[in-house]
Write a protein that binds this ligand. Structure first.
Ligand SMILES: [Zn+2]
Length: 259
């Protein structure tokens, strides 16, 4: 059993908190929100999925109340499966940027990334936090390492950074195609990438968690400072929004962190 993630329930808002990170942080589930459409029920945090904006706003308010941040202070990503991690400060609050990760050293700034099978990654060290949306493209393009680099620019030491990897699609369910493998081999080298590819019968599966973990270690993060949720979103689609399990008809979750 994994003691690094605690399932919190605050007035029905169920989320997971990484206990190794000593600052407000949380990975939402699909429970405890106000959204009513069956596929968005109920904690949908996506603004462009056909949900009532008033309900989505209410969901962000509830997440802020549960985790302990002011939802008015969030900076939003317009996620584009890039490897871009942006440094944000107070003037960025409430804005949306074309990128897939943020870092900040400002106390009032709340970082958020959205996922529904992709890998949500939160990073913390004294005085600096980061949040990353790592789909397979971002993962292969080293977005996790870019987050570490941006944190180092703000004075962080990689060996002191703690990383929480939230629930995402695991290798039990993440079947991939040959084009996927070819791209991964090309970007990361066959030997390295193939450690995270598993053949089962005629099918091929990828382990995005172990891949991100190994790339973080290469970026200087200590293995023992990386904490991973045990949950596969696709296997647990009652608790999590899963793109695969729902065949794309779903809401979206969010991971939050602030100093
Ligand atoms: Zn699974």
């Amino acid at each position: 059993m994994n003691n690094s993630f605690i399932k919190e329930n605050k007035n029905g808002v169920v989320y997971f908190r990484c206990t190794e990170i000593s600052t407000p942080n949380g990975f939402s589930t699909r429970l405890g929100g106000a959204s009513v459409q069956p596929h968005l029920k109920s904690m949908n945090l996506g603004k462009n999925l056909g949900d009532d904006p008033v309900l989505v706003e209410e969901n962000y308010r509830r997440m802020g109340q549960a985790i302990g941040f002011n939802e008015k202070n969030i900076v939003f990503t317009n996620q584009i499966h890039s490897n871009t991690v942006k440094y944000v400060v107070e003037k960025d609050i409430g804005k949306t940027y074309d990128c897939d990760g943020f870092v900040t050293d400002k106390k009032d700034v709340v970082l958020a990334v959205r996922t529904a099978d992709c890998v949500p990654i939160l990073l913390y060290t004294k005085g600096v936090v980061g949040a990353v949306h790592a789909g397979w493209r971002g993962t292969a393009a080293s977005i996790q390492a870019n987050a570490v680099k941006e944190m180092v620019k703000l004075g962080a030491k990689p060996q002191e950074i703690k990383v929480a990897i939230g629930a995402c699609i695991h290798k039990c369910c993440y079947e991939v195609g040959t084009d996927f493998c070819d791209t991964l081999y090309e970007l990361l080298g066959r030997e390295f990438a193939s450690r995270h590819i598993e053949k089962r019968g005629a099918s091929v599966y990828c382990d995005l968690v172990s891949l991100n973990r190994e790339m973080l270690v290469m970026a200087g993060v200590k293995e023992e400072n990386i904490f991973c949720s045990d949950d596969c979103t696709c296997c647990n689609s009652d608790l999590y929004f899963s793109h695969r399990a729902s065949k794309g008809k779903r809401g979206v979750m969010s991971a939050f962190i602030s100093l």
